[in-house]
Write a protein that binds this ligand. Structure first.
Ligand SMILES: NC(=O)c1ccc[n+]([C@@H]2O[C@H](COP(=O)([O-])OP(=O)(O)OC[C@H]3O[C@@H](n4cnc5c(N)ncnc54)[C@H](OP(=O)(O)O)[C@@H]3O)[C@@H](O)[C@H]2O)c1
Length: 367
């Protein structure tokens, strides 16, 4: 394994308005353990090797969930964490997705959140979680119930900070306003799928993040491998994560966030990213991660690695940068198609900015 130079190690940024700093690359633990039958996921020994190497790069931020491998990922992180100085690691996990045991083993009720946290703490072999995240918005539970419960868990010391994941703009704003109204500890981070092939969160959720000082933690920076060049134009993936996703999707007739009907726009973008990468002596995966790091809403990009080689490649993104012109080329090639009301509002506001009201608008739709 190549030596890691000091200047290529991770950088640190504050998480939301808190006083804690996290590495700008977070290690996602979705690849640890059996997950939805995806073949070739990491066993415990490889997971621990990847975690050790991540720490050598200076990383201090790990993300998992009770749903990953139905607890299997948390177990692997826990058996590793037990051998570390607990306070060296900022540990994030999640609750809320259906765990399938009983009718109440899902959602964001006081009962299920409390039960989920107890299970996670046991598997992770720790007394506290640094960031406890709601995995998905729950249509069936009042926001008041969910965030009052999470606040109670902060107050009793089992959780340090609260984060959310997979929300729309109005849901996020409602959570923020409810917390203010009730005097609860505010959320510090929003974890959304965000990559060169999925920028829809810029339209709403990230506007809220900018206004409220909430950190964005992009998940699936490579869209499950698509932005690592794992699929060729006109072909369906047959190998690795995407191969399995495409196979099971065909079998079940279901859509999957990593593999939709992939358009020519995405393959044009992939070719552009390969070309830009060549100029820097970097891979397309590194260009895709670097593009996210240079977005001002991003605090830490949550990477996924199934091998040590993938980890090393994905971590090597801190000692070089994309130029402003390269960022613009990638922005233009990946822009979300303009729709109402965004385009209408933009067109009638052309040239109207007010420095005193803050830079809260992320321009994202194609002109
Ligand atoms: N909040 C949520 O709902 C949510 C959802 C998903 C993920 N996440 C978080 O985000 C993390 C990252 O997500 P992700 O695993 O989907 O990330 P990703 O980077 O989009 O995809 C990772 C997959 O891409 C392939 N890959 C990774 N690096 C590569 C490289 N350098 N070259 C070639 N192929 C490479 C590997 O698949 P193969 O080698 O098997 O093809 C790997 O398993 C997760 O661990 C989890 O913590 C959160």
């Amino acid at each position: 394994m190549a030596a890691i130079t000091e200047d290529s190690k991770v950088k640190y940024s504050f998480l939301g308005k808190t006083g804690i700093q996290v590495s700008n690359i977070c290690l996602g633990a979705l690849t640890f353990g059996e997950m939805n039958g995806w073949p070739g996921q990491c066993d415990e020994s490889l997971a621990h090797t990847i975690l050790d190497r991540y720490m050598e790069w200076g990383g201090n931020f790990i993300d998992t969930s009770n749903t990953y491998g139905r607890g299997g990922s948390e177990l692997m992180v826990g058996s590793w964490l037990e051998r570390q100085h607990r306070h060296d690691v900022v540990l994030a996990t999640k609750c809320g997705i259906n765990m399938g045991r009983t009718i109440n083993s899902r959602g964001l009720s006081r009962r299920h959140i409390t039960e989920s946290l107890e299970g996670s703490l046991e598997r992770l072999r720790t007394h506290y979680v640094d960031i406890y995240q709601t995995h998905i918005f729950d249509n069936a539970t009042l926001v008041e119930e969910t965030y009052r419960t999470l606040d109670d868990l902060v107050r009793c010391g089992k959780v340090r900070y609260v984060g959310v994941s997979n929300v729309t703009g109005w849901q996020l704003q409602k959570i923020v306003e409810t917390q203010k109204h009730l005097g609860l500890n505010p959320i510090v981070s929003v974890q959304q799928q965000y990559n060169l092939a999925c920028r829809t969160s810029e339209l709403e959720a990230f506007q809220v993040c900018k206004n409220e000082g909430i950190s964005v933690l992009p998940w699936s920076p490579l869209k499950g491998g698509l932005l690592a060049g794992r699929v060729r134009r006109g072909q369906k993936p047959t190998e690795g994560r995407l191969g399995w996703v495409a196979h099971s999707q065909t079998r079940k007739g279901e859509a999957h966030p990593h593999w939709e009907d992939t358009s020519d726009q995405i393959f044009d973008l992939i070719e552009l990213a390969i070309e830009i990468g060549k100029k820097h002596g970097r891979t397309i995966a590194q260009v895709a991660i670097r593009w996210l790091l240079q977005k001002d809403v991003t605090s830490s990009v949550i990477i996924g690695a199934r091998t040590l080689q993938q980890l090393d490649q994905n971590m090597a993104v801190n000692d070089w940068a994309l130029s402003a012109d390269e960022m613009k080329q990638l922005d233009d090639a990946s822009a979300t198609a303009g729709t109402y009301p965004y385009v209408f509002i933009d067109s009638l506001n052309a040239g109207r900015t007010n420095a005193n009201t803050g830079d809260y608008y992320v321009k994202s739709v194609a002109a």
